[in-house]
Ligand binder design. Structure first.
Ligand code: ADP
Ligand code: TRP
Length: 321
């Protein structure tokens, strides 16, 4: 499998992003080939402050590395370090139908959430197609909301191959991330940056503990037995604890006679231990920025070689060379 995915550098990861996406990317890094990149060209439509975008891009790279993305297995790079992508994007844009882009829900969604309706936001699925096609990727792990863009990418690739009667592009498939465990936020609803109910992976432990202690709970009496299955506090605990600890906690719920404060303390302890190694690794990377620059530079060199080869194929086919 040739795996590729892009991560927008739009903020620090929260527990939902980790369990719902990042951990799954990392699990796929031992496939034949895994390319992961920081999608800074995509973020240009939302972050209009150069310093902020640069810092966010570095932070996102360090977060991924600290959480286990291993440059010996996966190629990690910054999207704009591969200028071939922008060139390929224009070639694809020249054949991508307006109707195809008009059917994409993400543009309307983003504009309805208050983002400025700029051209880059509308044509963003074409840039995403260039990202995918430039590396002959066949498997694209993405959240459910991104599957439409993979279909758009396939349509663009098919129409190019058929127009120039050559198999220039490999048709990719989406690998939908397992979202069965939607991570609940501190209010019990889905954890999300936009709801202000999130806890960051690299949040200082003291502040993480405070947020955990403030997680909303119901007001049933302590002695009442409770079903752990539908309880968001238990759901959070089970993300961090091993099977034996989960069973013990589930037993406590079923018996009753406990306070939610006890569960919160156990959750905070488990989350602290779970991310302890990543926090240490993050601090090491932070203290050694040259190492991060080196990893990203090496990754970009590998990615560029591949992208140049695919771009050349496309240029030959459409008469630019
Ligand atoms: P947010 O809702 O915080 O803006 P994003 O839309 O940036 O999160 O999500 C990035 C990735 O993280 C997506 O693949 C999404 O499926 C995953 N993700 C985000 N929040 C959760 C959650 N609460 N539970 C599981 N996965 C999540
Ligand atoms: N559009 C994706 C998102 O917003 C990020 C992304 C950019 C991406 N290029 C990609 C994902 C290519 C998969 C493949 O989350």
């Amino acid at each position: 499998m040739k795996v590729l995915s892009g991560i927008q550098p739009t903020g620090r990861p929260h527990w939902g992003n980790y369990f719902g996406a990042i951990r799954q990317y990392i699990d796929l890094q031992t496939e034949d080939q895994a390319f992961y990149f920081i999608a800074n060209l995509h973020a240009l439509t939302t972050i209009r402050n150069g310093q902020e975008l640069k810092q966010n891009s570095r932070d996102t790279a360090m977060d991924l590395l600290a959480l286990g993305l291993d440059p010996n297995h996966a190629v990690l790079f910054i999207q704009s370090d591969v200028p071939e992508i922008s060139e390929l994007c224009w070639i694809l844009m020249s054949g991508a139908s307006m109707g195809l882009l008009e059917r994409c829900v993400s543009y309307k969604d983003k504009v309805s959430k208050g983002l400025t309706p700029v051209t880059g936001l509308f044509t963003y699925p074409v840039l995403q197609a260039a990202d995918i096609l430039a590396y002959d990727s066949d498997t694209v792990p993405v959240g459910e909301d991104q599957t439409q863009h993979i279909e758009v990418c396939r349509d663009i690739a098919k129409s190019f191959n058929s127009a120039y009667q050559e198999e220039v592009f490999v048709l990719p498939k989406a690998k939908v991330l397992d979202s069965s465990a939607k991570v609940p936020g501190t209010d019990g609803d889905k954890m999300s940056k936009s709801y202000g109910n999130f806890i960051e992976v690299f949040e200082p432990v003291k502040s993480m503990r405070k947020k955990v202690m403030r997680i909303a709970t119901d007001s049933r009496p302590m002695e009442e037995p409770k079903d752990p299955a539908g309880d968001h506090l238990y759901q959070l605990f089970s993300l961090f604890a091993d099977d034996a600890a989960c069973q013990e906690m589930a037993g406590l719920y079923r018996r009753g006679g406990f306070g939610y404060g006890e569960v919160k303390k156990a959750l905070a302890d488990a989350a602290d231990v779970y991310f302890c190694e990543a926090r240490e690794k993050r601090a090491e990377l932070e203290a050694d920025p040259d190492r991060v620059i080196q990893i990203l530079g090496d990754g970009a060199a590998v990615a560029r070689r591949k992208a140049a080869e695919v771009l050349d194929r496309a240029q030959q086919a459409c008469g630019l060379k």
